[in-house]
Design a protein around this ligand. Structure first.
Ligand code: IMP
Length: 430
């Protein structure tokens, strides 16, 4: 049986929600393996809109097991609220359909506070985060002072863990001019939330290995995008987790041989939210047009997304780093009506041509995109369901993208509607 990893191949917001939903209908297990409630996945099913941050997309489909893996950082209060709001929409969520890895680190209120305090401090420290405490929670995980789901079950352990975290955080807060953490109030809050989280706690690594052995189809649902990866993204303007496909296995407790197909989600142009380099960013009418036609506003923060032309250099790079077998190309219809479309094929760095994005920040800043121009099309591609529905120039654009990134299109999405999809390769096919 094929197990499929879905990853964003740009800076996030590539339109993963629709594709994940399409695939989750065919999967038995849907697992989140990194990130947290900084993600915003919108699903439209039978006209109903579901907005998910921390929950795997599988929860809205009956009969599936949804899993929050150890690679995720989890805000328990947010999760409880999210479960309640999804329940209000008529979806049943119980420990039979949702499992949380016992070794998942928790995001606590002081993580969010720290995140926002740093962001508000000065322009040098600013990353443009979602302010949800993701980075500080991952820092605590690596710093061996985070509180994990399993710690909620034992009062003595919980107190020890809290004290360990507070030694670090109170010193840090002092330096930032924030008051000390109220230990008793925090412990009381944790004791109160524990019974709402613990019923979902499970040895996820074991469940996943058993699911794999019994031939269940697993969908690994990535969040954010490869260029926000903590190692391979545009550091330091990145998120704090490994976003790339290799993390799918580590983030749930499976071996790397559990992955059969990596699907990269790629938008037909480029967007990013927050700070950081963006070689093909547009500041003119074309950029504005992409933003308006593509409704490019962040689902989590509501921030306007920065827009630019398709950057084949970056996607070629992320396809390689994640071992992407095929891409799902989304939002092609946003390019309808442009006279000319540009694709970045390389960078000019002080007169030298580069076919990859260098790591050094100063070099990244000096990389000037080299463009190839492609004739646009006047016809609408919105809602196309077969290649025959697409204008010749649009097909030419797609073919050129494939050629430049060195990876084939497995799916082409032409509207937010799930059926407006051209399927070339079924990632779940054996
Ligand atoms: P953090 O993940 O909140 O720490 O934010 C770090 C960077 O990742 C910022 O530039 C955010 O805008 C970006 N980011 C985080 N989550 C997402 C997402 O789901 N989509 C797009 N960008 C994201």
């Amino acid at each position: 049986m094929a197990n499929v990893v879905v990853v964003g191949a740009q800076w996030g917001d590539e339109g993963k929600g629709k594709i994940v939903d399409w695939l989750s209908e065919r999967a038995d297990v849907i697992a989140r393996f990194q990130g947290g409630h900084n993600a915003g996945h919108t699903l439209v099913i039978d006209g109903k809109v579901y907005k998910l941050n921390a929950l795997p997309s599988g929860v809205v489909r009956g009969g599936k097991l949804s899993v929050i893996g150890n690679g995720v950082v989890l805000d328990p209060w947010h999760l409880v609220k999210e479960i309640a709001s999804i329940r209000e929409q008529g979806v049943e969520i119980s420990p039979d359909v949702l499992m949380i890895a016992e070794n998942t680190p928790l995001i606590l209120p002081f993580h969010g506070e720290l995140d926002r305090a740093r962001e508000g401090q000065n322009s040098v420290a600013k990353i443009g985060t979602t302010g949800r405490g993701i980075g500080p929670a991952y820092e605590d995980k690596v710093g061996r002072r985070v509180i994990r789901v399993a710690d909620l079950a034992d009062e003595a352990t919980l107190e020890l863990r809290v004290d360990r975290a507070l030694v670090h955080h109170n010193a840090l807060r002092n330096g930032l001019g924030l008051g000390p953490i109220d230990r008793d109030a925090l412990l009381a809050d944790l004791r109160a939330i524990a019974p709402e989280i613990l019923p979902y706690a499970a040895p996820v690594w074991k469940v996943m290995n058993e699911a794999r052995k019994s031939g269940k189809r697993i969908l690994f649902e990535g969040a954010q995008g490869s260029l926000l990866d903590i190692d391979f993204g545009t550091y330091p303007f990145v998120t704090s987790s490994n976003v790339i496909a290799g993390q799918a296995a580590t983030g749930v407790g499976l071996g790397p041989n559990a992955i059969d197909f990596v699907l990269g989600i790629v938008k037909a142009y480029t967007t990013r939210v927050g700070e950081g380099p963006f070689p093909t960013e547009l500041f003119d009418g074309d950029g504005q047009r992409l933003g308006e036609r593509g409704r490019e506003f962040g689902t989590v923060t509501g921030r306007k997304r920065r827009c630019g032309w398709f950057d084949a250099v970056l996607v070629r790079q992320t396809c390689a780093i994640s071992g992407i077998n095929g891409i799902a190309l989304t939002k092609l219809d946003v390019l309808d009506g442009f006279d000319t479309i540009r694709i970045c094929t390389g960078y000019d760095l002080d007169g030298t041509m580069l076919d990859y994005l260098p790591t050094a920040a100063d070099q990244q800043a000096r990389c000037k995109p080299v463009y190839e121009e492609i004739e646009g099309w006047k016809e609408s591609t919105e809602g196309a369901r077969s290649w025959a529905d697409l204008p010749g120039a649009a097909i030419k654009y797609v073919r050129r993208v494939e050629e430049l990134i060195g990876c084939p299109v497995a799916m082409l999405s032409t509207s937010p509607e799930r059926d407006d999809t051209i399927l070339v390769t079924d990632p779940f096919a054996d």
